[in-house]
Design a protein around this ligand. Structure first.
Ligand code: KG4
Ligand code: ZN
Length: 340
């Protein structure tokens, strides 16, 4: 039974973004994210600095989310927070804050798996965005994960393929680093790729059995390719940046699409939903949309602000858990690794 007056405050602090959102049932009233720019100068997330920044940001971010939503703390029905997976020091900040606030406000506490949230972000009520029907396949692609998940229900999911080494976001970021681009390099590769020829250079695709992925070989291949070409022409990167980015992105998209096609063949499921930071990639979005006509798939691409790490996606899982009374006691703990 749907309770029509559910207000969820959601808190996400698994990595380097401090985020808070307020949902009224399945509608997002506010979605605030504080990015931690401090990591850019180190070429990757520094866990110690991330947890400190979360401590600084968490109160203003939650305050901003409540004010933007025009919701008083006393109106909240429950607090949902990211339990894991993620960086332990970062998770602890959101978990401890959520516990304290739930005790202070005497409202239930809901623990959310970050990866479930990337998948269930598709169930946020948004004009112009359809929701998938169960069962569907979810491709979750982020800086920490690359998974194909068979989603049979809100709380019934099965990983049918995943990376055996680097995540696809890491493949983008590490390739970008080889090219001398700042962190996070994924969005920059996307930007330059749009101006280049995807067939200019060829990188061998890894041979991984079944639905699993591997990206570490690609990174090494790109490193050797750049080193070799720079020996012949020290300006090789500068002179070919767009083509190199387009070729790298093309190879990564091919790897993802090959496995998706196999997953569809093996499961017979043709509804495909993507989630995770890398699903912001314009090339992936275009290829998926094309697959509707080409293979008869129905694809679901979330609104941009719900693809990268955000708290609205934590809130929608919180709402579903609220409806089915899946609450935690204050003994709940953060989990850097978490059972799917
Ligand atoms: O989901 P997310 O925000 O954080 C994690 O949970 O990891 O994903 C971040 C990842 C980074 O690796 C970033 O480079 C990548 O998503 N990313 C992109 C794009 N936007 C973000 N990769 C390729 N193209 C993009 N447009
Ligand atoms: Zn994420």
């Amino acid at each position: 039974m749907q309770n029509s007056e559910v207000f969820i405050l959601a808190i996400e602090s698994s990595c380097d973004d401090t985020a808070a959102a307020v949902l009224h049932n399945d509608k997002v009233l506010s979605n605030v994210v504080a990015n931690q720019l401090i990591h850019n100068q180190y070429g990757g997330v520094v866990p110690e600095l991330a947890s400190r920044a979360h401590q600084q940001n968490i109160v203003p971010v939650i305050d901003a989310a409540l004010r933007k939503a025009n919701v008083q703390k006393e109106q909240l029905s429950a607090i949902a927070f990211t339990q894991g997976p993620g960086l332990m020091g970062s998770l602890l900040v959101g978990t401890s804050f959520s516990k304290s606030l739930s005790i202070a406000l005497k409202i239930p506490l809901i623990a959310v798996n970050h990866m479930h949230a990337h998948i269930l972000a598709h169930f946020i009520e948004e004009e112009g965005f359809d929701k998938p029907e169960f069962p569907f396949l979810a491709l979750t692609i982020s800086g920490g994960h690359t998974q194909i998940v068979k989603v049979k229900g809100f709380f019934d999911m099965e990983i049918i393929g995943e990376t055996t080494d680097d995540a696809v976001g890491e493949a983008f970021d590490k390739s970008a680093k080889i090219l001398g681009l700042p962190y996070p390099g994924g969005p920059l590769i996307d930007k330059y790729a749009n101006l280049g020829n995807p067939k200019a250079f060829t990188f061998t695709k890894p041979k991984v059995p079944g639905l699993d992925f591997s990206f570490s070989g690609l990174k090494t291949a790109i490193l050797y390719f750049i080193q070799k070409n720079k020996l012949e022409n020290p300006n090789f990167i500068e002179e070919n940046l767009n083509d190199i980015c387009a070729s790298i992105q093309h190879t990564i998209i091919e790897i993802l699409m090959d496995k998706l096609k196999l997953a569809v063949k093996e499961t017979g499921i043709t509804q495909i939903a993507i989630g995770g930071g890398v699903s912001a990639n314009s090339g992936i979005r275009t290829r998926l949309k094309e697959s509707e006509g080409r293979y008869g798939w129905k694809t679901f691409i979330p609104k941009f602000e719900y693809t990268t790490d955000n708290a609205a996606m934590i809130g929608i899982v919180g709402y579903q858990k609220y409806l089915s009374n899946r609450f935690e006691t204050s003994a709940v703990v953060s989990k850097a690794r978490i059972q799917f």
